[in-house]
Design a binder for this molecule. Structure first.
Ligand SMILES: [Zn+2]
Ligand SMILES: [Zn+2]
Ligand SMILES: [Zn+2]
Length: 173
């Protein structure tokens, strides 16, 4: 067994192995990989790799958000440490459903704002506590490397849901 030694990424200071061609945490490219061309624009040098889909991106099709490289398709994905947000909703029941769906599909999930208060809210909407809870959407995160698969699983689930019922848009009072 070789014990891997870690060094710090020069860009985000997360731990990486010395032979890494890119940092999986922030998508910065190192030495050899820095000569790679963009996957979409072969004429351009890649400036990084999308941390979500691992696509090489250039200035035109890439975006750096909070020090991490994203492709344009994934620039809005919220990332915390090595977790990516697969779903969020101000309806705790929706988030709870997505969480159990992902879990039953074998995903590791991390949740945020799944407060007990959220469960207590029954749609009455006149409690100040429930309102403040509602302002924070309940978020479901999956490990970044599993994001793409999780997204597909949710897409499949949603297309099945579409027949079952109308999507209730804003239930503003
Ligand atoms: Zn990094
Ligand atoms: Zn991407
Ligand atoms: Zn490009």
């Amino acid at each position: 067994m070789d014990s891997p030694e870690y060094i710090s990424c020069t860009s985000c200071s997360e731990e990486i192995t010395p032979d890494s061609e890119f940092c999986p945490h922030c998508g910065v490219l190192f030495s050899e990989a820095a000569k790679e061309k963009c996957d979409t624009h072969p004429a351009n040098l890649a400036q990084g790799i999308c941390v979500i889909c691992r696509k090489l991106v250039c200035e035109v099709c890439g975006k750096i958000v909070h020090g991490r490289n994203f492709c344009l398709g994934h620039q809005t994905v919220e990332v915390r440490q090595d977790w990516a947000r697969a779903f969020q909703s101000t309806d705790i029941n929706d988030s709870e459903l997505v969480k159990s769906l992902l879990e039953s599909n074998g995903f590791k999930v991390l949740v945020q704002n799944f407060t007990p208060m959220g469960y207590a809210w029954d749609g009455g909407g006149d409690s100040s506590i429930s309102r403040s809870t509602l302002n924070k959407p309940a978020k479901v995160f999956v490990p970044i490397p599993e994001y793409i698969r999780a997204e597909e699983a949710l897409k499949e689930w949603k297309s099945g849901e579409a027949d079952a019922g109308e999507q209730e848009s804003d239930t503003s009072q």
